[in-house]
Write a protein that binds this ligand. Structure first.
Ligand code: TYD
Ligand code: MG
Length: 452
């Protein structure tokens, strides 16, 4: 078979070389030279009778373009649909990344099993038997899900041509290899080539393709960064493997917002959708304990009540320890410095440990006030009432700053039975008819007075 013509390019400056070398002569970067295809033989390429692409290559006036809403395939998984922006768009290519063992294969197999369309689940990682065993734990009877264990893209396309599935799932892109490239599976040029072929297939046949991608130890999807540019949607499946909750986020979405969030609970029989996360994230306890505070946060469009736990104790060693789980450690240090300066707390001699329960991590700044409240509560050893929650950012001068969409947070707090919510004085609230008591704060000193 005719091999493709390849050349070596520096990924940093674009210089071209005839063969591989460790350092780029032009920009002096190390390990940036990668083999790339410059010409592919035409035959054996993915071909389709569809002329959809040819039609769209004529320039059209923007108001002549058919604006009919994309029809989307419902996946019958509320969380997955929401993160995608309302279902899978035909012809779209979605990349799902996540740590090993987090549940990527489980999630996509579960979706394949419940789809009413013909689905092809291609696995390069597990045998058909292994997949069957997993499927039996999730949903034993599914007539629409076909399983193929294959890693060569040309063979996959051959099977696709005869099966004509409505959805194709690839587990994982790093295990695929194409005949057009000589390098081994998982190498940058292989990943790029296989993705290109799959994207071409998806666009020409309007079949949605979902790819599973491994991630590197620093949390990026393995392979070239360009992979994330090529696909339409990049989803990340995250969570703490020791906890049962898993969070699905969109990092890039050409068909919807990236603000939405899906929450799942890993169970013995697969992943369960968590439709009301706040109820689970807040531990149900009868006694009030010091160091616990509830934050009314927002993840995307969704309000989420989160429990923050702090433990402040006298430092045993010279340098006090600070540790934060699920919260930015630098931000914790900043808040401690603010407390020290503005509220007169001598935290310099105390160890401070902070934990966001449920093993999730939040970057909503509205959690600040709950963090401060939990630290103060633990420091004073005074428990906060159970039915109180917080939603405000804390600034460097100790001011309690307003947060976005405070009404939604208040509404969620009210719905879950909280009696009081602390927010910033500067937050404008239009709807004041709520039954929940709204306490307005302007500086953290005010909060300190309320707690001690
Ligand atoms: P997996 O989906 O293989 O993770 P990934 O593809 O991201 O590497 O499996 C994740 C883990 O989930 C595995 O260690 C076992 C666990 N699991 C359950 O707890 N319940 C289940 O029903 C299944 C199928 C898996
Ligand atoms: Mg897997």
């Amino acid at each position: 078979m005719a091999k493709v013509k390849t050349s070596f390019f520096c990924q940093s400056c674009g210089a071209q070389y005839a063969k591989w070398q460790g350092q780029c002569n032009a920009c002096k970067q190390w390990n940036t030279i990668v083999e790339e295809v410059i010409q592919k033989p035409d035959k054996n390429d993915w071909k389709s009778p569809s002329t959809a692409l040819k039609k769209s290559s004529v320039p059209l006036r923007i108001n002549e373009i058919d604006s009919a809403k994309e029809t989307r395939l419902n996946t019958f998984d509320g969380e997955f649909d929401r993160v995608l922006g309302g279902g899978i768009v035909p012809g779209s290519v979605t990349l799902l990344g996540g740590e090993p063992g987090i549940g990527k294969s489980t999630l996509l197999l579960q979706i394949s099993l419940q789809l009413p369309y013909k689905t092809l689940y291609v696995s390069g990682e597990e045998s058909q038997k292994q997949i069957k065993m997993r499927a039996e734990r999730i949903k034993p009877n599914s007539k629409n899900c076909f399983v193929l264990t294959e890693t060569k893209t040309q063979n996959i396309f051959k099977q696709i041509e005869s099966l004509e599935p409505d959805v194709v799932i690839i587990d994982s892109i790093q295990t695929l290899h194409s005949d057009y490239i000589e390098s081994s599976s998982g190498s940058i040029s292989q990943i790029k080539e296989c993705t290109t072929e799959l994207i071409k297939f998806a666009k020409e046949t309007a079949t949605p393709v979902v790819l599973i991608g491994h991630i590197t130890k620093d949390g990026n999807i393995a392979g070239p960064k360009i992979l994330e540019h090529m696909v339409d949607t990049v989803l990340q499946f995250e969570g703490d493997r020791n906890h049962v909750f898993r969070i699905l986020r969109a990092h890039k979405n050409r068909f919807g917002s990236t603000n939405e969030l899906g929450i799942y609970e890993m169970q013995g029989s697969g992943l369960r959708e968590v439709t009301n996360p706040s109820e689970i994230l807040i531990s149900k306890k009868d006694e009030e304990l010091s160091g616990n505070a509830i934050a009314a946060t927002l993840e995307g469009a969704r309000p989420l009540m989160i429990e923050v736990q702090a433990l402040v104790s006298t430092a045993v060693y010279g340098t006090p320890q600070r540790s934060a789980t699920g919260f930015n450690a630098k931000r914790l240090n900043m808040l401690l410095a603010v407390l020290e300066k503005r509220a007169g707390f001598r935290l310099g001699t105390k160890d401070v440990f902070l934990n966001i329960t449920g093993g999730i991590s939040v970057d909503d700044p509205a959690i600040d006030l709950a963090v401060v409240a939990s630290i103060l509560s633990s420091n004073e050893d005074v428990a906060l009432p159970k039915d109180v929650c917080f939603a405000a950012e804390v600034g460097l001068s100790g001011e309690v700053r307003p947060v976005q969409r405070v009404e939604q947070r208040i509404l969620e707090a009210e719905k879950l039975g909280f009696s009081t919510i602390y927010i910033s004085k500067y937050n404008k609230i239009s709807n004041k008819q709520s039954t929940i008591k709204i306490r307005l704060l302007s500086k953290i000193e005010d909060l300190a007075l309320n707690i001690s």
